[in-house]
Write a protein that binds this ligand. Sequence first.
Ligand code: GDP
Length: 453
Amino acid sequence: MAEPTIAAIATPLGEGGIGVIRVSGADAISIADRCFRAYSGQPLSALKGYQAAYGQVIDGDLVLDDAVALVFHAPKSFTGENTVEISVHGGRMMVQSVLRQVFACGAAPAAAGEFTKRAFLNGKIDLADAESIMGLISAKNEAALRISRAAHGGRIRRETDRIVSLLLQTAASLAAYADYPDEEIPELSPENFGNLLQTVCDSCQKMLSTYDAGRLIREGIRCAIVGKPNVGKSTLMNLLCGQDRSIVTDIAGTTRDVVEETVTVGDVTLVLADTAGIHETDEPVERLGVDLALRRAQNADLILAVFDGSKPLDEDDLRLIERVREQQTLFLWNKSDLASLPVPSVLDGCPVLSLSAQTGNGAEALAEKIAQTVHTAGLDPDAAVLISERQRACVQTALDSAGQALAGLQAGLTLDAVGVCVDDALAALLALTGQRVTNEVTDEVFRRFCVGK
Ligand code: GDP
């Protein structure tokens, strides 16, 4: 059965210069012709692809708005189907009334991500590309945008295709070797299969190594700001947020709840939590805050451990250092505007930054120091950076299977058994790009999209 023609609002709901209603499917142009009247008197069906007409959206004799209708003929459109984009005055009520009229003329409401899903099903984009579109829309900083642009430009696809061709070469060589084991062909030797599989493993490993850093750049680095009362945690939070977000007082233990804020510092996005001062306390309400702070610190991507650099470390500071030093921690030696003591030797070898949260002195180095500590600094955003957990899982399966094939080869397993592992690795990579993928996985990818995309 033919897919119904769908419609949705493609721009954010709110007041704006224009709002766009997108209609896609075999009947898109005839449906639009029922609710759009061009001033030229020409129907939209008479227009060539990429041509626009100026006119009115109508409901019988009632004029809903002036509009521009842009026509795309299949397959030369984003979805690969006939498409009409109707631009009207932006505004929630206006675009909703035009959408209702498009529905009344025969279109069905689009599901979340359905336009992009159709683009995928019609072979206009691959699955990794579809995911990159989500990244383009939701990018929170310049580096995140570059990662999604690289993926959108086909970097993931090209790298995956390269590994797939190595695996196909391996599979073909294995089959040929099984048929002609006595031929003296250098390409058909177990040693050569081993080299190919090793290259596959190395390439998969390289792709995987980009995932964690890419995720931190895209989603933001979950930071826990910890330290004893009065060392300057709230002042630091306020400095980063550029406003008085947390309550700053010099009475110990006044920040008891976790306050969360997303900020972009240089090229890093931080999801910050200013937590109650971490120190040993028996006071029950404060105790809760301290527990929360420590739990939060355990789940953080990065701990910003703050110390009062104008005072020698005490027992609480030393205990905190021991608790967090095994995690990814940046030690902040605060209050450098006061007569600051040298950084103590107990922090030798740890990432440390000396700064004044109050004056902001030294804070300009913070973004770079954070990027170094969480290893996002070394990531090339223009490389093939994996951008979803689904992609990561596919490459991990490919690596595991290729690794098993290699181990099997070295252990003298039958070539059939090695071939099965090679096929598993291939299947995982073809699932990544969507060349071989189940409907359930496809549905899961597009469920994350918004309606209208
Ligand atoms: P918290 O309890 O760790 O959140 O500490 P606060 O941010 O509330 O700061 C405690 C006190 O230290 C306040 O009086 C701040 O003004 C002061 N303070 C914080 N950072 C600095 C700094 O860099 N230099 C100086 N001189 N004082 C600071």
